[in-house]
Design a protein around this ligand. Sequence first.
Ligand code: TA6
Length: 314
Amino acid sequence: MTLLESLSKKFTAPGRIAFRDGPCGAPIIVLVAPHGSCEVALYGAHVLSYRPLGHSPVLWMAKSMMDTKPGKAIRGGIPVCWPWFGAAPCPAPDGSPLPAHGFARTQVWTLRKTEYGAQETTVFLTLDDSEATRALWPHRFHLELTVTVGERLDVTLETTNRDAAPFEITEALHSYFRVTDIAETKVRGLSGLDYLDKAPGGRDATQGGDIAFTSETDRVFPNATDSAAVIDEGLRRVILVEKQGSSATVVWNPWAEKAAKMADLAADDYLRFVCVETANCGGAPVAVAPGASHSVTAHLSAALLDKDGKPVMK
Ligand code: TA6
């Protein structure tokens, strides 16, 4: 029996939970609830899509998703960047180079449990340390990613230290939001906050007003605990990114030149997404004591804008 067959047999719930073939030979879980639906790949515990009822898709996904090669991250959706964000803080124990954004997004996770009720459908995915992960990062851990689709999409990444010594992590739920046109998109909620500018030639600065996009944009806001919003003028829609357990927000669009060098992006893909990432990075790492746990959560929702640009509340 294949993994897809065994998961389908154990967890399928007609109209609520289903399975289909996914990237790198690992199934995709389809979650349906009264107010929306989403899909999660076991490869990387990667939220691939989210569509609230009555809305167009909220997350952007590369057309090449199913061609993702083992060891490479899926482009789009919500990559789980863990146990480091960006470049690894130190080399692997054997000195070999380490992948950007950690290894959690290129491992096949385990489906531990599913739940569904009148309004919500939830999956619980887990990843434990292994010989392969310890060769990259010499610590024992337990990770659990919980995805709930209800009135909004809730994604929680919980880290538990299974080691006898403390360890430090940086992390991000690296969400790719679908927009009509990046040139008609703004990110609101970070005004007045300092950021580290990672774009070529960038200079660290303080954000003034909404973020507009006219070139490669790669800003790490290390002290950003409040919500942010993606304002899509083309769709007259706002995507709200609320969060818990996250002290940093990252805003990224590669723009044309960098996108052209990314094999898993079509040349004009950059026009249709912006990343607003729910993170802990850019400052002091998160220290997790032996036996302790730490969680980071993103709450995603969408609302149409009225003629005055105000969200039309349900
Ligand atoms: O979140 C912004 C960023 O760190 C950018 O610098 C860019 O590297 C992006 O992540 C995508 O990284 P990836 O390894 O997924 O290609």
